[in-house]
Design a binder for this molecule. Structure first.
Ligand code: SAH
Length: 353
């Protein structure tokens, strides 16, 4: 403390994380707030209320998106009657009981299941945990509906909390692009984009992912929507794209939705090379007039940088292309204006000459 001149001034109420690089996460800037069960119940109820209009389209959405909803380290996704909770910071972990009670109190919630099995917990010196926190145990697959299509979700073991809710608007956009086209869905996971393509008039759908269980669920998702089975390949996408190119395969629309490739600034160069590589080979696989729907969910890769990477890929592929659409994380994953890091998902719809 500076001798004499120091004045103690309230800045905010923050949760302290002793072993994290992010030492304190602010829960409130209001000195009169008391962080307790009632505070948490209010934040949870308000966040859920902000998503109410989504109910007309779907029974699955993100209820709480961490800092964006004033609950740092708390992720909560709703799948029908189940809430999946992911706690990623010491502060969030400390309030597990109160958070569980708050989600259990929401209308129609039958069970709260924890999926705090993420790598970021290691950096907070927290153990990974999964298991039932309240009420009914979820079945092996929970079926959700979104924009008239059905998806089986493995919320116990699937990536994230089981489904890429953040891609809702991209699925809607894709529905308008696929009619009459031969579609390749790369990094397909449980085939949500494949279901959209198949049920909106794609002539043929091929899906690629490195996970066999994910593609098994993708097959089931086609089936429950009354779609024809698609070709499925369990493979490394980067090699598979090259194999398809060598085999002379061509497509009219390709979706490229890789996992987060940039985890820290040090790995940014490598990640941008990987993005460029996949986009370059995809461009070469497209017929004239083809469409590339390409994503990056790495927060470290800005929209501007991503556009440059895709532009570079097109140049090297010698393909002339224009952006005809831009895609972002859905509205239940809001970007807090004071926390720009909450923006992470960006996509480009590119039309090739
Ligand atoms: N498009 C999906 C989400 C993709 S998530 C959806 O809308 O639901 C990223 C996917 O990439 C995961 O399913 C993961 O299994 C897969 N994956 C990760 N690395 C891969 C690789 N090298 N080759 C192929 N698939 C990969």
């Amino acid at each position: 403390m500076l001798e004499g001149s120091a004045t103690l001034r309230f800045l905010g109420w923050a949760a302290y994380s002793p072993s994290s690089k992010i030492r304190a996460r602010v829960w409130s800037f209001d000195e009169t707030d008391v962080i307790d069960g009632a505070f948490i119940a209010t934040r949870v109820a308000e966040s859920a209320a902000r998503r109410r209009s989504l109910a007309a389209r779907t029974d699955a959405c993100r209820l709480v998106f961490s800092e964006s909803d004033g609950l740092p380290g708390v992720i909560a996704d709703r799948y029908g009657p189940f809430v999946v909770l992911e706690l990623t910071s010491v502060g969030a972990d400390r309030w597990r009981g109160e958070l569980t009670a708050a989600f259990a109190a929401l209308d129609g919630v039958a069970g709260v299941f924890e999926r705090s099995d993420v790598e970021v917990r290691d950096r907070e010196s927290l153990e990974r945990r999964t298991g039932l926190l309240h009420g009914e145990d979820p079945p092996e697959h929970v079926e959700i509906t979104e924009d008239g299509l059905r998806y089986a979700v493995d919320l116990r073991a699937g990536h994230k909390t089981g489904f890429y809710l953040d891609q809702r608007e991209s699925r809607l956009a894709l529905a308008r692009l696929v009619d009459g086209r031969r579609v390749l869905n790369v990094f397909a996971f449980t085939g949500a984009f494949g279901v959209v393509a198949s049920s909106h008039g794609a002539t043929e759908v091929t899906q690629v992912d490195s996970s066999a269980p994910a593609l098994a669920l993708a097959a089931r998702n086609l089936e429950i929507n009354g779609c024809a089975p698609s070709a499925m390949t369990v493979a490394d996408a980067f090699s598979e794209l090259r194999r398809l190119r060598a085999a002379g395969q061509r497509f009219d629309l390709i979706v490229l939705d890789p996992p987060k490739l940039a985890h820290h600034t040090k790995g940014l160069d490598r990640a941008t090379r990987a993005y460029k590589d996949a986009n370059l080979v995809a461009a070469q696989l497209l017929n004239p007039g083809g469409v590339l729907v390409t994503f990056s969910c790495s927060g470290l890769v800005s929209e501007d940088l991503f556009q440059k990477v895709v532009a570079g890929a097109m140049l090297d592929a010698r393909r002339d292309a224009r952006i005809v659409g831009r895609l972002h994380q859905a509205s239940d994953h809001p970007v807090h204006l004071a926390v720009p890091e909450t923006a992470y998902l960006k996509g480009l719809v590119c039309e090739l000459s």
